[in-house]
Design a protein around this ligand. Structure first.
Ligand code: ZN
Length: 657
């Protein structure tokens, strides 16, 4: 065994912390998205949770609703029988997590827009949780109200700590947004209870959650309360994962089940097949994987733990070179909601859960805690602008769970889902987008994302405001005004995206040669900044034809279009021909056009393409002559905006002509 517990706490080398949500005002592209969440999604999440009967489950003053969502097969009767070893799961078990994320979305939305009615409703939800909490600190609406007596018997399948994690994140966000600490105090008591049951000390269970999440939540809790013990518990969960004897085996035996009868067959499903430092392939359930790696990255940053960092880099390489959709989507299979084999990236059946792309944003942003590196930031941006926000309609009211790259017109947005994990996940991510823009270290400041925004932060004891004026992502010109209250020396790191080969940088009108100052994809400008300093970054935004590694069978002979951070798709409504009949000649010029009236204002791409004609095929399915072709105008829109108009076909990977 090569794994060892995390190294002794070392001083973090160069920890970059994200700015809290209220310290960044976003406008422009992301401002519109945040407004949609704050004005619509946040209320919708609450209302749909209530419609789903979630309020009844957490309110101790009302009768419990019983099992509203049936157990997955086999039935609860079988589940109660001696020796039962199958699934005992219903998505109703995760309702506390939906509340946690709904609280978090509401909290971040309150920074954007006062909403006293919503705040009152969330206060009432929090009152219910406070009342529900048991004397010993335990808190789970499922195990207290629906299946009492079974707590801590199936961490592998039943999301008990996952639910706690989401409630912790909700509590931290709500405290930060409103100053109200009731839920934070409730969750601290619960975590103290968890630490009395699980942990390395003799007599405690050596357990951790089958669905990772609490690890990253505990890091947030530790940062906001200043309590190191919560960080230690997060580190314990990460260090313990996958050690032998395997906790999930022991736990199964303890409840009279055969560990080998595990529904998903392998602990790869929940990334506990090996100690985390030995893991080198991204496997199993995609969202779980992303949350685990996010927690590992936090602990690597907090403890200066290079052994975790090395493992994370191996995992990053594996994901990005073999298993990531061009949209930043991941996890192609519905069966395990996750990964299959290398280069298996089907388009029409892509699962690519919204939560998985959101999880990739979480992971990538936490890798940036260890220092600016475009290797992570470029893909964070890819997932942000494409595979994650595709999960939310432009008006903030409808959702996708799966994000395929091809549709025959039947994959449409829905109002709610029996497993509604995605709506509040994309809601909270969008509402907190400001915190992904920047990172601040002791004497350095990093700009990870571009777009109209103002950041306020302290560096070297001096208050600084930094304003970006830009029409990004539609245009690559970025004007940055640095306004420190007094002159202060720090390094400003600016991401130079890999797709922008012709970027140009000026500081106060003087050209800076990028090759001289750029490493890991970030330009570093060290100087004493003073009021009135201006940085101008011009990112060229070439329209690119992108091709897949030939080992990806589903993309052979196909081409995708991108411009800047955006991946494009074609939709039936903008195009005359059936989409599979169109091919894009390699010689065709592709033009960008700003269309302020379309889809809230987008840049479209268009080109003259060839379409296979249906003429002469009336009498048969096959013939020796190929179809005739005719010229057609192809119009592509940004992928994130698809299925916001009438239903129809959609295609990302076009035939390469
Ligand atoms: Zn989801």
């Amino acid at each position: 065994m090569t794994a060892s517990p995390s190294a002794k706490p070392a001083k973090p080398k160069l920890a970059f912390r994200p700015l809290p949500v209220p310290q960044v005002d976003v406008h422009g592209f992301w401002g519109d998205r945040v407004d949609a969440v704050a004005a619509r999604t946040a209320d919708i999440l609450y209302e749909r949770c209530v419609e789903a009967r979630m309020l009844e489950q957490i309110d101790p003053d009302r009768p419990a609703p019983g099992v509203v969502i049936p157990f997955h097969s086999p039935s609860p009767d079988e589940a109660a029988s001696v020796g039962f070893t199958g699934s005992t799961v219903t998505t109703q078990m995760f309702w506390d997590s939906d509340w946690g994320k709904t609280i978090e979305t509401a909290a971040y939305s309150l920074y954007r827009r006062k909403n006293p009615a919503l705040e009152k409703r969330i206060d009432a939800v929090i009152d219910m949780y406070e009342k529900l909490q048991q004397e010993d600190g335990y808190l789970s609406s499922w195990y207290q109200r629906i299946q009492p007596g079974l707590r801590w018997t199936n961490l592998r399948d039943c999301h008990e700590l996952y639910c706690a994690g989401h409630l912790i994140e909700g509590a931290v966000a709500y405290y930060q947004a409103t100053g109200k600490r009731k839920l934070l105090d409730v969750m601290c008591r619960y975590v103290d209870h968890i630490a009395s049951v699980l942990g390395p000390e003799p007599g405690k269970k050596k357990g951790y959650c089958g669905h990772e999440e609490i690890e990253l939540a505990l890091v947030k809790l530790s940062r906001v309360t200043g309590e190191r013990k919560y960080m230690e518990l997060a580190r314990y969960f990460i260090d313990q994962r996958g050690l032998e004897p395997h906790f999930f085996d022991e736990e199964a035996r303890a409840r009279g089940a055969d560990p080998k009868a595990y529904h998903f067959k392998t602990y790869e499903y929940n990334q506990s097949h090996k100690p985390v430092r030995e893991q080198d392939k991204v496997v199993g359930h995609a969202v779980r994987a992303m949350y685990l790696y996010s927690g590992m990255a936090d602990i690597a940053t907090e403890y200066g733990d290079d052994s975790l960092r090395v493992a994370l880099d191996r995992l990053w390489d594996d994901l990005t070179s073999k298993s990531l959709y061009i949209t930043g989507g991941l996890g192609p299979s519905a069966h395990n909601e996750g990964f299959t084999s290398d280069y298996d990236l089907p388009n029409e059946t892509a699962y690519a859960e919204t939560c998985a792309s959101v999880g990739l944003v979480f992971w990538a942003s936490r890798m940036l805690g260890m220092g600016p590196n475009a290797r992570y930031a470029d893909l964070m941006e890819r997932a942000l602008y494409n595979g994650s926000i595709s999960g939310l309609s432009l008006d903030g009211s409808l959702f996708f769970y799966e994000n395929p790259l091809e549709s025959r017109g039947k994959h449409n947005r829905w109002k709610w889902h029996r497993c509604p994990c995605c709506p509040p996940n994309i809601g909270r991510m969008v509402a907190s987008i400001g915190s992904y823009f920047y990172g601040v270290a002791e004497d350095a400041f990093a700009v990870h994302l571009y777009g109209d925004s103002t950041a306020r932060f302290d560096i070297g004891g001096v208050a600084v405001s930094l304003t970006q004026a830009s029409n990004y992502p539609w245009d690559g010109a970025v004007e940055i005004a640095v306004e420190p209250q007094a002159p202060v020396a720090f390094t400003l790191h600016l991401r130079i995206p890999a797709w922008s080969a012709g970027a140009a940088l000026e500081v106060n009108g003087e050209t800076v040669k990028l090759a001289d100052v750029t490493s890991d994809g970030y330009a570093a400008i060290r100087r004493t900044w003073k009021k009135g300093d201006q940085v101008r970054l011009d990112l060229d935004m070439p329209i690119e034809r992108l091709y897949a590694n030939p080992q990806v069978r589903q993309d052979a002979g196909r081409v995708a279009l991108s411009r800047g951070p955006l991946i494009y798709c074609v939709e039936a409504t903008d195009n005359d021909s059936q989409l599979h009949r169109v091919s894009l000649p390699r010689t065709a010029g592709v033009e960008a056009q700003h269309r302020p009236e379309l889809l809230g204002g987008v840049v479209t791409l268009s080109a003259l393409a060839q379409a296979d004609a249906a003429d002469g095929w009336q009498n048969g399915l096959y013939r020796p002559e190929p179809p005739a072709t005719s010229q057609t105008r192809l119009t592509a829109i940004p992928y994130f905006a698809w299925d916001n108009r009438e239903p129809g076909e959609m295609l990302v990977w076009l035939r390469d002509g």
